[in-house]
Design a binder for this molecule. Sequence first.
Ligand SMILES: Cc1cc2nc3c(=O)[nH]c(=O)nc-3n(C[C@H](O)[C@H](O)[C@H](O)COP(=O)(O)OP(=O)(O)OC[C@H]3O[C@@H](n4cnc5c(N)ncnc54)[C@H](O)[C@@H]3O)c2cc1C
Length: 504
Amino acid sequence: MKQIVKRVPTEFYDIILVGGGIMSVTLATLIIEMCPDKKIAIFERLGRFAKESTNALNNAGTGHSAYCELNYTPEKENGEISIEKALKIAKQFEVSKSFWATLVKKNVINNPSDFIRTCPHESLVFGEKDGNFLKKRYEALRENPLFSQMEFANIPEKIAEWMPLVYIGRDDENNTEYPSAATKMSIGTDVDFGTLTRKLERYLTEKENVDVFLYQEVKDTKPSEKNFKWDIKVKNRMTGEKHWVSCDFLFIGAGGYSLNLLEKSGIKEAEGYGGFPVSGEWLISKNENLIRLHRSKVYGKAASGAPPMSVPHLDLRVIDGEECILFGPFAGFSTKFLKDGSFLDLPESVNLTNIRSLIGAWWHNRDLTQYLVEQVLLTKTQKMEELRKFVPSAQEEDWDTYTAGQRVQIIKKDDKDGGKLEFGTEIITNFEKTLSTLLGASPGASTSVTAMLEVLRAIMKDSSDAEFNTKINQLIPCYSRFDWDSQESIDNLRNNSAELLELD
Ligand SMILES: Cc1cc2nc3c(=O)[nH]c(=O)nc-3n(C[C@H](O)[C@H](O)[C@H](O)COP(=O)(O)OP(=O)(O)OC[C@H]3O[C@@H](n4cnc5c(N)ncnc54)[C@H](O)[C@@H]3O)c2cc1C
């Protein structure tokens, strides 16, 4: 019988994964499917997996598919709507669903409704200008088979039918704060990434070739002094014991703290990268009368000049079987890179290779700093005022505040400005393909499967593309050679995933 959670690691593993979030468990599951002989260790510094960004209430649980997120379809200077990013994200989420569906089919996980449910994705805008933008966006997207089910409305009765809570207490149609248009995709989803991660944790823990370590923090990583690729120093946070462990491939899936561990590795590819932490806060209501009137996720448009993570949204969530409504996020600033991190995380990440990028990014984003300072100073009453733009009838006693996860945005070298701030995610892999990490925060957990397939490709560097693609297609039929222009193919793919994931 396998000892479920080990205390002392062995000297060597083929692959070590740092962190017990959605990224590491996804990668470990892919490795088991594709390279079942590899010996794997996962080190998590906390007492449980999925307690940082992946935890249900630390993120918004949106299965990001670009159905409702207006920042994925920017308006070009010539007035056209750019839909490339939206198409990419919509496909990546189909890849995620397809993989999760395969895991259900193979009995790796069960009861998918514990972690994924259908929840319509709606966009809502106010005023004529944004109403015109939404109409153009709808017209550009619905031409594509991925978005052909999108509906558009600019009459109050229809919008009120889609999102009743947003209409209660609104009386003046001529007010610029009156909704001007909305779109709806009925097949959107709400995902509890924390529950999914813990289901995969249970599966991994039982595998003979996987050792899972809790309360064990990776403190250092350096090229191996033995005959392996990497040596990592792990500290048992319960006993204070320290061990050096070696591996041939290292994945740093430490969420916000990945940057600091990446810097310790000393790989050339990490030079110039920095991190900009942004904390968040939700307003949450468990009032059943409100929940009854709000059965979707409604995304608005970020104020002009505000960063993408400030897009306000009002989301129905189901967490551990209990429903709630969440509004936000309100941004904030903290020098921690993890919710349970240290105030020294940011200062300790600064070094000679990234100081220029950091200063450049800060100088060219002073408006962001000002925005964050303003957000930090908001009182609950002021946050309620923001909420009332969505829910005019909102009462303070129905809503509590809750601190969300930390996002560490990427700062990169930029020849012109010194450094630039990015809002996406990026996988960094060294030239030898023995170490990978994921930096950045968005679109995040929804696209974890595509992101981890990129890391898996580095692990399986000796396979040909054809061999790799054929094997992955058995797990994820839409991974390669899939006809994304065919409505029939997309409908079949979605129906298959929906059936296995028990989506309505
Ligand atoms: C406010 C907010 C809203 C979001 N909304 C969405 C959304 O709606 N949809 C979506 O798809 N994504 C969303 N995201 C992004 C998503 O939550 C993240 O992309 C995803 O959870 C990251 O997973 P991870 O495994 O990389 O990191 P994490 O979940 O942060 O896990 C990292 C793990 O590593 C551990 N760790 C750290 N350092 C060490 C160390 N030295 N040694 C050992 N273990 C260590 C941590 O304890 C943690 O368990 C949101 C994020 C935030 C903050």
